[in-house]
Design a protein around this ligand. Structure first.
Ligand code: ACO
Length: 322
Protein backbone atom coordinates (compact mmCIF):
# COMPACT_ATOMS: atom_id res chain seq x y z
CA UNK A 1 0.00 0.00 0.00
CA UNK A 2 1.28 3.49 -0.83
CA UNK A 3 1.75 6.01 1.94
CA UNK A 4 0.96 9.71 1.70
CA UNK A 5 1.31 12.69 4.04
CA UNK A 6 -1.79 14.53 5.19
CA UNK A 7 -1.97 17.84 7.05
CA UNK A 8 -3.69 17.24 10.42
CA UNK A 9 -2.92 20.49 12.26
CA UNK A 10 -1.51 23.98 11.80
CA UNK A 11 -0.31 26.72 14.13
CA UNK A 12 1.31 30.11 14.15
CA UNK A 13 2.80 32.75 16.40
CA UNK A 14 3.56 36.43 15.87
CA UNK A 15 5.34 38.61 18.46
CA UNK A 16 3.21 41.40 19.90
CA UNK A 17 5.46 44.37 19.04
CA UNK A 18 4.40 46.07 15.81
CA UNK A 19 6.90 48.08 13.76
CA UNK A 20 5.15 50.28 11.18
CA UNK A 21 6.59 51.87 8.06
CA UNK A 22 6.32 55.20 9.85
CA UNK A 23 8.44 53.81 12.70
CA UNK A 24 11.12 52.81 10.16
CA UNK A 25 10.99 56.22 8.48
CA UNK A 26 12.10 57.71 11.83
CA UNK A 27 15.34 55.73 11.49
CA UNK A 28 16.19 55.78 7.75
CA UNK A 29 15.26 57.96 4.79
CA UNK A 30 12.10 56.30 3.49
CA UNK A 31 8.33 56.69 3.67
CA UNK A 32 5.20 54.61 4.26
CA UNK A 33 4.06 55.24 0.68
CA UNK A 34 7.41 54.16 -0.88
CA UNK A 35 7.53 50.95 1.14
CA UNK A 36 3.86 50.06 0.57
CA UNK A 37 3.93 50.77 -3.18
CA UNK A 38 7.16 48.83 -3.80
CA UNK A 39 6.55 45.91 -1.45
CA UNK A 40 2.93 45.74 -0.19
CA UNK A 41 4.18 45.92 3.42
CA UNK A 42 2.70 48.27 6.03
CA UNK A 43 4.03 46.77 9.25
CA UNK A 44 5.93 43.81 10.63
CA UNK A 45 6.25 42.12 14.05
CA UNK A 46 9.46 42.27 16.08
CA UNK A 47 10.40 39.59 18.63
CA UNK A 48 10.79 40.68 22.25
CA UNK A 49 14.17 40.55 23.99
CA UNK A 50 13.27 37.25 25.68
CA UNK A 51 11.94 35.62 22.50
CA UNK A 52 13.89 33.40 20.10
CA UNK A 53 13.36 31.01 17.19
CA UNK A 54 12.92 28.14 19.67
CA UNK A 55 10.47 30.00 21.96
CA UNK A 56 8.30 31.13 19.03
CA UNK A 57 8.50 27.64 17.49
CA UNK A 58 7.21 26.15 20.75
CA UNK A 59 4.06 28.28 20.67
CA UNK A 60 3.32 27.60 16.99
CA UNK A 61 4.07 23.88 17.37
CA UNK A 62 1.87 23.53 20.47
CA UNK A 63 -1.01 25.16 18.60
CA UNK A 64 -0.51 22.82 15.61
CA UNK A 65 -0.36 19.72 17.83
CA UNK A 66 -3.51 20.83 19.70
CA UNK A 67 -5.31 21.21 16.34
CA UNK A 68 -4.01 17.77 15.29
CA UNK A 69 -5.05 16.32 18.67
CA UNK A 70 -1.72 14.59 19.16
CA UNK A 71 0.73 14.52 22.05
CA UNK A 72 4.43 15.35 21.73
CA UNK A 73 5.33 11.72 22.54
CA UNK A 74 3.62 10.60 19.33
CA UNK A 75 5.96 12.55 17.04
CA UNK A 76 8.54 10.57 15.04
CA UNK A 77 10.34 13.57 13.56
CA UNK A 78 10.69 17.32 14.13
CA UNK A 79 12.16 19.48 11.36
CA UNK A 80 12.76 23.18 12.01
CA UNK A 81 13.56 25.49 9.11
CA UNK A 82 15.40 28.57 10.34
CA UNK A 83 18.13 30.97 9.33
CA UNK A 84 18.18 32.46 12.82
CA UNK A 85 18.85 29.50 15.14
CA UNK A 86 19.13 30.21 18.90
CA UNK A 87 22.52 28.51 18.91
CA UNK A 88 24.92 27.20 16.25
CA UNK A 89 24.30 23.93 18.07
CA UNK A 90 22.29 22.24 19.45
CA UNK A 91 19.85 22.69 16.58
CA UNK A 92 16.70 24.71 17.19
CA UNK A 93 14.80 21.47 16.49
CA UNK A 94 16.56 19.79 19.44
CA UNK A 95 15.79 22.82 21.66
CA UNK A 96 12.17 22.58 20.52
CA UNK A 97 12.10 18.82 21.16
CA UNK A 98 13.16 19.49 24.77
CA UNK A 99 10.62 22.30 25.21
CA UNK A 100 7.81 20.06 23.90
CA UNK A 101 8.92 16.98 25.83
CA UNK A 102 8.90 14.98 22.58
CA UNK A 103 10.84 11.95 23.78
CA UNK A 104 10.38 9.48 20.92
CA UNK A 105 11.55 11.41 17.88
CA UNK A 106 14.56 12.57 15.94
CA UNK A 107 14.95 16.34 15.47
CA UNK A 108 17.06 18.42 13.11
CA UNK A 109 17.20 21.84 11.45
CA UNK A 110 17.38 22.63 7.77
CA UNK A 111 18.60 25.86 6.26
CA UNK A 112 17.26 26.97 2.88
CA UNK A 113 16.61 30.65 3.70
CA UNK A 114 13.12 31.76 2.63
CA UNK A 115 12.45 28.38 0.96
CA UNK A 116 13.08 26.56 4.25
CA UNK A 117 9.50 25.53 4.96
CA UNK A 118 9.06 24.01 1.48
CA UNK A 119 12.34 22.11 1.83
CA UNK A 120 11.24 20.90 5.29
CA UNK A 121 7.83 19.80 3.97
CA UNK A 122 9.55 17.95 1.13
CA UNK A 123 11.86 16.07 3.53
CA UNK A 124 8.95 15.29 5.87
CA UNK A 125 6.92 13.98 2.94
CA UNK A 126 9.77 11.67 1.86
CA UNK A 127 10.06 10.26 5.39
CA UNK A 128 6.34 9.56 5.56
CA UNK A 129 6.06 8.16 2.02
CA UNK A 130 8.97 5.79 2.65
CA UNK A 131 7.39 4.49 5.86
CA UNK A 132 10.22 5.89 8.04
CA UNK A 133 7.91 8.23 10.00
CA UNK A 134 4.20 8.38 10.76
CA UNK A 135 3.80 11.76 12.45
CA UNK A 136 6.04 14.72 11.65
CA UNK A 137 6.13 18.27 12.99
CA UNK A 138 7.43 20.90 10.53
CA UNK A 139 8.18 24.39 11.86
CA UNK A 140 9.54 27.58 10.30
CA UNK A 141 10.70 30.09 12.92
CA UNK A 142 12.66 33.30 12.37
CA UNK A 143 13.90 36.36 14.20
CA UNK A 144 14.84 38.16 10.98
CA UNK A 145 14.91 41.48 12.87
CA UNK A 146 18.25 40.39 14.39
CA UNK A 147 19.85 39.82 10.96
CA UNK A 148 18.72 43.19 9.63
CA UNK A 149 20.94 46.24 9.47
CA UNK A 150 18.49 48.86 10.74
CA UNK A 151 20.49 51.59 8.96
CA UNK A 152 20.09 49.90 5.53
CA UNK A 153 16.83 51.16 4.02
CA UNK A 154 16.96 48.61 1.18
CA UNK A 155 16.60 45.62 3.52
CA UNK A 156 15.29 46.80 6.91
CA UNK A 157 11.87 47.59 5.41
CA UNK A 158 11.31 44.01 4.27
CA UNK A 159 11.62 41.59 7.15
CA UNK A 160 9.62 40.52 10.22
CA UNK A 161 9.60 37.83 12.92
CA UNK A 162 7.29 34.89 13.60
CA UNK A 163 6.79 31.12 13.53
CA UNK A 164 4.47 28.76 11.67
CA UNK A 165 3.91 25.02 12.12
CA UNK A 166 2.27 22.04 10.43
CA UNK A 167 1.72 18.48 11.67
CA UNK A 168 1.72 15.78 8.98
CA UNK A 169 0.44 12.23 9.42
CA UNK A 170 0.64 9.14 7.26
CA UNK A 171 -2.56 8.55 5.25
CA UNK A 172 -3.87 6.27 2.52
CA UNK A 173 -4.75 9.20 0.27
CA UNK A 174 -2.81 12.38 -0.53
CA UNK A 175 -2.39 14.84 1.22
CA UNK A 176 0.76 16.21 -0.23
CA UNK A 177 0.44 15.53 -3.96
CA UNK A 178 4.03 16.47 -4.80
CA UNK A 179 6.95 18.61 -3.69
CA UNK A 180 9.64 20.12 -5.92
CA UNK A 181 12.83 21.67 -4.54
CA UNK A 182 15.82 23.22 -6.29
CA UNK A 183 18.98 25.13 -5.57
CA UNK A 184 21.63 27.07 -7.47
CA UNK A 185 24.62 28.27 -5.49
CA UNK A 186 25.83 30.51 -8.29
CA UNK A 187 24.27 33.78 -7.12
CA UNK A 188 25.63 34.12 -3.59
CA UNK A 189 26.52 37.79 -4.14
CA UNK A 190 22.90 38.79 -4.82
CA UNK A 191 21.59 37.71 -1.41
CA UNK A 192 23.57 36.55 1.60
CA UNK A 193 24.12 36.99 5.31
CA UNK A 194 27.71 36.70 6.61
CA UNK A 195 28.55 34.63 9.67
CA UNK A 196 31.30 36.74 11.32
CA UNK A 197 32.33 34.02 13.77
CA UNK A 198 33.19 31.61 10.97
CA UNK A 199 34.68 34.21 8.62
CA UNK A 200 37.90 33.67 6.70
CA UNK A 201 40.64 36.31 6.65
CA UNK A 202 39.21 37.60 3.38
CA UNK A 203 35.80 38.47 4.83
CA UNK A 204 36.58 38.98 8.51
CA UNK A 205 35.35 42.60 8.43
CA UNK A 206 31.83 41.76 7.22
CA UNK A 207 29.07 42.29 9.76
CA UNK A 208 26.39 39.63 10.26
CA UNK A 209 23.61 41.48 8.44
CA UNK A 210 21.53 40.59 5.35
CA UNK A 211 23.02 41.90 2.10
CA UNK A 212 20.74 41.99 -0.92
CA UNK A 213 20.78 43.35 -4.47
CA UNK A 214 16.99 43.58 -4.33
CA UNK A 215 16.25 44.53 -7.90
CA UNK A 216 18.26 41.63 -9.33
CA UNK A 217 16.80 39.16 -6.81
CA UNK A 218 13.34 40.39 -7.77
CA UNK A 219 13.81 39.52 -11.46
CA UNK A 220 15.23 36.05 -10.79
CA UNK A 221 12.42 35.35 -8.28
CA UNK A 222 9.64 36.22 -10.74
CA UNK A 223 11.10 34.04 -13.54
CA UNK A 224 11.94 31.13 -11.26
CA UNK A 225 8.54 31.04 -9.58
CA UNK A 226 6.88 31.01 -12.99
CA UNK A 227 8.88 27.89 -13.90
CA UNK A 228 8.13 26.09 -10.63
CA UNK A 229 4.40 26.60 -11.20
CA UNK A 230 4.69 24.93 -14.63
CA UNK A 231 6.80 22.09 -13.21
CA UNK A 232 4.31 21.42 -10.39
CA UNK A 233 1.25 21.41 -12.64
CA UNK A 234 2.95 19.16 -15.22
CA UNK A 235 4.07 16.64 -12.57
CA UNK A 236 0.46 16.29 -11.39
CA UNK A 237 -1.11 16.48 -14.87
CA UNK A 238 -3.17 19.39 -13.59
CA UNK A 239 -4.40 22.57 -15.16
CA UNK A 240 -4.13 26.07 -13.71
CA UNK A 241 -7.85 26.01 -13.03
CA UNK A 242 -7.42 22.99 -10.71
CA UNK A 243 -5.69 25.13 -8.07
CA UNK A 244 -8.04 26.58 -5.45
CA UNK A 245 -5.51 28.55 -3.40
CA UNK A 246 -2.03 29.97 -3.84
CA UNK A 247 -0.05 30.32 -0.60
CA UNK A 248 3.17 32.03 -1.68
CA UNK A 249 6.26 33.05 0.24
CA UNK A 250 5.59 36.61 1.38
CA UNK A 251 8.51 38.66 0.04
CA UNK A 252 6.93 41.30 -2.19
CA UNK A 253 3.34 41.79 -3.37
CA UNK A 254 4.57 42.40 -6.92
CA UNK A 255 6.31 39.00 -7.00
CA UNK A 256 3.15 37.37 -5.58
CA UNK A 257 0.91 39.13 -8.13
CA UNK A 258 3.16 37.99 -11.01
CA UNK A 259 2.80 34.34 -9.91
CA UNK A 260 -0.98 34.71 -9.50
CA UNK A 261 -1.18 36.21 -13.00
CA UNK A 262 0.80 33.29 -14.40
CA UNK A 263 -1.77 30.95 -12.80
CA UNK A 264 -4.62 33.15 -14.08
CA UNK A 265 -5.79 33.37 -10.47
CA UNK A 266 -7.63 36.29 -8.95
CA UNK A 267 -5.88 37.83 -5.94
CA UNK A 268 -8.95 36.65 -3.96
CA UNK A 269 -7.53 33.11 -4.28
CA UNK A 270 -4.12 34.15 -2.97
CA UNK A 271 -3.34 34.14 0.74
CA UNK A 272 -1.47 37.37 1.51
CA UNK A 273 -0.17 38.13 5.01
CA UNK A 274 2.64 40.38 3.85
CA UNK A 275 0.91 43.67 4.63
CA UNK A 276 1.08 43.21 8.40
CA UNK A 277 3.89 40.66 8.71
CA UNK A 278 6.54 41.52 6.12
CA UNK A 279 8.88 38.74 5.02
CA UNK A 280 9.27 36.22 7.85
CA UNK A 281 11.54 34.02 5.70
CA UNK A 282 10.97 30.30 6.38
CA UNK A 283 7.96 31.06 8.64
CA UNK A 284 5.96 32.99 6.06
CA UNK A 285 4.23 30.19 4.12
CA UNK A 286 3.37 28.21 7.25
CA UNK A 287 1.97 31.36 8.90
CA UNK A 288 -0.13 32.16 5.83
CA UNK A 289 -1.36 28.57 5.48
CA UNK A 290 -2.33 28.50 9.17
CA UNK A 291 -4.19 31.80 8.90
CA UNK A 292 -6.25 30.68 5.90
CA UNK A 293 -7.06 27.29 7.46
CA UNK A 294 -8.14 28.88 10.73
CA UNK A 295 -10.30 31.59 9.15
CA UNK A 296 -12.03 28.97 6.97
CA UNK A 297 -10.78 30.11 3.56
CA UNK A 298 -8.93 26.85 2.86
CA UNK A 299 -11.41 23.97 3.09
CA UNK A 300 -10.83 20.19 3.24
CA UNK A 301 -10.49 18.71 -0.25
CA UNK A 302 -9.25 21.92 -1.86
CA UNK A 303 -5.99 22.03 -3.83
CA UNK A 304 -3.39 24.45 -2.45
CA UNK A 305 -0.13 25.46 -4.12
CA UNK A 306 2.66 26.58 -1.78
CA UNK A 307 5.73 28.16 -3.41
CA UNK A 308 8.90 29.90 -2.26
CA UNK A 309 12.12 31.53 -3.40
CA UNK A 310 15.07 32.53 -1.25
CA UNK A 311 18.79 32.91 -0.74
CA UNK A 312 20.99 30.19 -2.17
CA UNK A 313 19.28 30.58 -4.51
CA UNK A 314 16.76 28.03 -3.35
CA UNK A 315 13.22 27.58 -4.61
CA UNK A 316 10.42 25.08 -4.48
CA UNK A 317 6.76 24.19 -4.26
CA UNK A 318 4.39 21.83 -2.50
CA UNK A 319 1.01 20.90 -3.95
CA UNK A 320 -1.43 19.84 -1.24
CA UNK A 321 -4.96 18.48 -1.33
CA UNK A 322 -6.03 19.79 2.04
N1 ACO B 1 12.93 54.03 0.65
C1 ACO B 1 13.12 54.92 -0.34
N2 ACO B 1 13.91 54.68 -1.41
C2 ACO B 1 14.53 53.48 -1.46
C3 ACO B 1 14.38 52.50 -0.45
C4 ACO B 1 13.56 52.81 0.64
N3 ACO B 1 13.34 51.96 1.66
N4 ACO B 1 15.12 51.42 -0.79
C5 ACO B 1 15.70 51.70 -1.97
N5 ACO B 1 15.36 52.95 -2.37
C6 ACO B 1 15.79 53.63 -3.58
C7 ACO B 1 17.07 53.10 -4.15
O1 ACO B 1 18.19 53.69 -3.52
C8 ACO B 1 16.94 53.48 -5.62
O2 ACO B 1 17.31 54.84 -5.73
P1 ACO B 1 18.07 55.36 -7.06
O3 ACO B 1 17.11 55.09 -8.20
O4 ACO B 1 18.27 56.80 -6.76
O5 ACO B 1 19.32 54.55 -7.15
C9 ACO B 1 15.44 53.36 -5.89
O6 ACO B 1 14.80 53.41 -4.60
C10 ACO B 1 15.04 52.10 -6.60
O7 ACO B 1 15.64 50.98 -5.95
P2 ACO B 1 15.39 49.49 -6.42
O8 ACO B 1 16.26 48.57 -5.61
O9 ACO B 1 15.49 49.40 -7.91
O10 ACO B 1 13.85 49.31 -5.99
P3 ACO B 1 12.89 48.11 -6.31
O11 ACO B 1 11.69 48.57 -6.99
O12 ACO B 1 13.62 46.93 -6.89
O13 ACO B 1 12.41 47.66 -4.83
C11 ACO B 1 12.85 45.90 -3.26
C12 ACO B 1 13.35 47.20 -3.87
C13 ACO B 1 11.57 46.17 -2.53
C14 ACO B 1 13.92 45.40 -2.29
C15 ACO B 1 12.60 44.83 -4.36
O14 ACO B 1 13.68 44.80 -5.25
C16 ACO B 1 12.38 43.43 -3.84
O15 ACO B 1 11.40 43.12 -3.19
N6 ACO B 1 13.28 42.47 -4.17
C17 ACO B 1 13.08 41.05 -3.90
C18 ACO B 1 13.31 40.67 -2.48
C19 ACO B 1 13.18 39.16 -2.34
O16 ACO B 1 12.30 38.55 -2.92
N7 ACO B 1 14.08 38.49 -1.65
C20 ACO B 1 14.07 37.03 -1.66
C21 ACO B 1 13.66 36.48 -0.44
S1 ACO B 1 14.59 37.07 0.93
C22 ACO B 1 15.55 35.77 1.54
O17 ACO B 1 15.72 34.72 0.99
C23 ACO B 1 16.30 36.02 2.85
Amino acid sequence: MRHYSRVIGTGGYLPTTICTNDDISQRVETSDSWIFERTGIKSRRIAGGDESAASMAEIAATQAMDAAEILADELDLIIVATGTPDRVYPSTACLLQQRLGAKNCVAFDIQAACSGSIFALSIADQYIKSGAAKKVLVVGSEVCSRLVDWTDRETCILFGDGAGAIVLEVAEQAGILSTHIHSDGGCEDLLYCPNPQAATAANKDELGFIKMRGNEVFKVAVNTLGRIVDETLAANEMDKSDIDWLVPHQANIRIIAATAKKLRMSMDQVVVTLENQGNTSSASILLAFNEAVRDGRIQRGQVVLLEAFGAGFTWGSALIRY
